[in-house]
Design a protein around this ligand. Structure first.
Ligand SMILES: Nc1ncnc2c1ncn2[C@@H]1O[C@H](COP(=O)(O)OP(=O)(O)OP(=O)(O)O)[C@@H](O)[C@H]1O
Length: 258
């Protein structure tokens, strides 16, 4: 039976008089890579946190792989869903290996299984094994984000939520991590929802782009479909941004070539 990985129906969330989410319905199929984009304050982070139970909606339902997420204890839900965000929140006094092992330890895995999993995860995120004993302060920003991805994958979740995961990195590292993560998404058969402000990243990495505006979905489709069909001027401006930038870059480089 075909099943959705994530199914949101009529989600509303208010903060005092402000509607952060004003009736969001969204179905995401297993294996999809969805980019969630939109202006600052449009509700992207609130939507992501509604999926993993960090935000409780005022109305609407969240279903995860066919199951009512409201009926699953939040700590169980969070172990089933990997979560990576910009300020990755590694524990500074724990080594890389200890940071990655937090959830497996909570799950009561034995030491041998944990150490095999840590070694496997370091390989998956392309970090050398020698880094296992380092503290986060002794890593670059990109390496820390790789550890964050490894930690989120530790308990073998099928769903990954990523909130501007590579936003604080230099462009070359960001590009590399995005490409590497997309390969992991394929390799592990994940379903990924990634919030990003970078439209090039959204177009290059995602199968599908969902645009939020003032707490509502205003566009939803493949990058090519949205680029060609949306009538909404804000969506057009968003989708045209990477193209305009690429054209301006090409023109500028040719102007300044000699
Ligand atoms: N805990 C909270 N208390 C009060 N208001 C909140 C809270 N969390 C979010 N909001 C408000 O809800 C709206 C949506 O916030 P959200 O963080 O989801 O937006 P966003 O699209 O992720 O923004 P950004 O791109 O700037 O991170 C904003 O107006 C925000 O101020």
């Amino acid at each position: 039976m075909a099943q959705t990985a994530i199914d949101l129906s009529g989600i509303e969330k208010r903060y005092a008089a402000h509607a952060a989410l004003a009736g969001v319905s969204l179905s995401i199929a297993p294996g999809e890579f969805v980019a969630l984009v939109g202006p600052s304050g449009s509700g992207k982070t609130t939507l992501l946190k509604t999926i993993n139970g960090l935000v409780t909606p005022d109305a609407g339902t969240v279903r995860m792989l066919g199951e009512d997420a409201g009926a699953v204890p939040v700590h169980v839900l969070r172990r089933r869903i990997g979560y990576v965000f910009q300020e990755i929140g590694l524990f500074p006094h724990l080594t890389v290996a200890e940071n990655i092992a937090i959830t497996p330890k909570l799950l009561g895995w034995d030491a041998e299984r944990i150490s095999a999993r840590v070694a496997n995860l370091l390989g998956l995120v392309d970090l050398p094994r020698e880094m296992a004993g380092r503290l986060p302060a002794a890593l670059s920003g990109g390496q820390r984000q790789r550890v964050g991805v490894a930690r989120a994958l530790a308990a073998e979740p099928k769903i990954m939520l990523m909130d501007e995961p590579f936003g604080a990195l230099d462009p070359v590292t960001r590009d590399q991590l995005g490409t590497d993560y997309r390969a992991l998404h394929e390799q592990l058969g994940l379903t990924t929802v990634m919030v990003t402000h970078d439209m090039s990243e959204a177009v290059l990495l995602a199968d599908r782009i969902v645009v939020l505006k003032a707490g509502a979905i205003v566009a939803d489709g493949t990058p090519g479909y949205l680029s060609n069909t949306s009538d909404d001027p804000d969506v057009r401006a968003l989708m045209d941004a990477p193209k305009r930038q690429a054209q301006r870059l090409a023109a500028r480089l040719s102007e300044t070539a000699s």
